[in-house]
Design a protein around this ligand. Structure first.
Ligand code: FE2
Length: 334
């Protein structure tokens, strides 16, 4: 969905349009309603008004890049390391240089130019009634014994690219190519739809095994998701690669733009993402995992269980995403 909204919060109204008013301009491709509460909390805590523009990540990156020194953006927020790394490659960031980030965020979840503020895991889901011998690893999804059973979304999707990129980093390009070929040969249907649709495919009986980010399942647990919640008891969860390198995790992330007109306010916002209050709002609203230790995820996320996460540096994963897309194209993965 393409939408552009500008939200000027109460503080800016109270302060009027005076040149003294403190503000920060946020360009975000996150589309979760709960982010509104996060920005309101930031304004409450700091008095800094938040002006927000939402659109697709690539649209925002191009806008920030083309606006150059005349640009209004102070920070860019997006989901998936593939996208935050694309922004970095476009040269739109300045180094973060924020001590709190270095203290609170694990090294594999940040670079000099951007940091994660929440994480998400990519899981294998199964039809408990039909899969007696579930795959335990991503590699297992390519096992011929699962022929005609597996559902995924399209390889043009950044979640699919980052997963394959993580396989490239962990196991090399040959293993990644074999994986893509093997999974493609096991597909129950042509890749289609989003992550929720893969889970719905299990409920409808079209898919026995599906790949999806954990929070789509959590959403079905916590509320009413049509086509999913009514059959969610029949879906089993597999945390992949628990005996080896851990489950692939990805991130929601933030960076300060190179030409930020309000760089100090931008850094205050980045720091604020790591406060307990903000961690709770940013992570639990979408059932993601906080990056700061000691903060509980949402009830639905906790219900799904705990796991060992892959700690491969996500900057390396992003760097392998072009190679991942090339492999998908070469093997003909739709
Ligand atoms: Fe998502």
């Amino acid at each position: 969905m393409h939408k552009t909204i500008t939200v000027t919060l109460l503080a800016s109204l109270l302060m009027g349009a005076s040149a003294m008013a403190e503000e920060v301009n946020v360009y975000s491709s996150r589309h979760y309603d709960t982010d509104d509460a996060f920005f309101a909390a930031f304004t409450d805590a700091t008095g800094i008004a938040v002006n927000r523009i939402e659109d697709d990540a690539d649209v925002l990156i191009e806008r920030i890049r083309s606006e150059g020194e005349l640009g209004a953006a102070d920070v860019f927020i997006t989901v998936d390391v593939g996208r935050i790394a694309r922004a970095d490659e476009a040269g739109i960031f300045q180094p973060l240089e924020i001590e709190a980030v270095e203290e609170k965020v694990a090294e594999n979840l940040r670079t000099d130019d951007w940091t994660a503020f929440s994480t998400r895991a990519r899981l294998i889901f199964i039809d408990k009634a039909d899969v007696s011998d579930p795959p335990q690893t991503y590699a297992d999804l390519a096992d011929p014994k699962y022929k005609g059973m597996v559902c995924t979304r399209s390889s043009s999707n950044v979640y699919m690219q980052s997963l394959l990129a993580s396989i490239i980093v962990n196991e090399g390009e040959d293993a990644a190519r074999a994986w893509a070929e093997g999974v493609m040969a096991n597909l129950a249907r042509d890749p289609e739809g989003g992550d929720t649709d893969q889970l719905r495919g299990i409920v409808s009986g079209e898919c026995d095994i599906a790949l999806a980010n954990h929070y789509y399942f959590a959403r079905g647990l916590a509320g009413e998701v049509s086509g999913l919640t009514e059959g969610i008891d029949g879906i089993g969860i597999v945390w992949p690669n628990q005996e080896t390198n851990g489950t692939h995790v990805n991130i929601s992330a933030i960076g300060v733009t190179k030409n930020a007109p309000n760089p100090e306010n931008a850094r205050k916002l980045v720091k604020f993402t790591l406060t307990p209050e903000a961690q709770h709002l940013l992570a639990s609203g979408n059932n993601e995992y906080p990056v700061v230790e000691g903060i509980e995820p949402s009830e639905a996320a906790v219900t799904m269980g705990s796991f060992t996460a892959d700690t491969v540096p996500l900057g390396d994963v992003a760097a392998a995403s072009t190679a991942a897309q090339k492999i998908y194209n070469e093997v003909g993965y739709k």
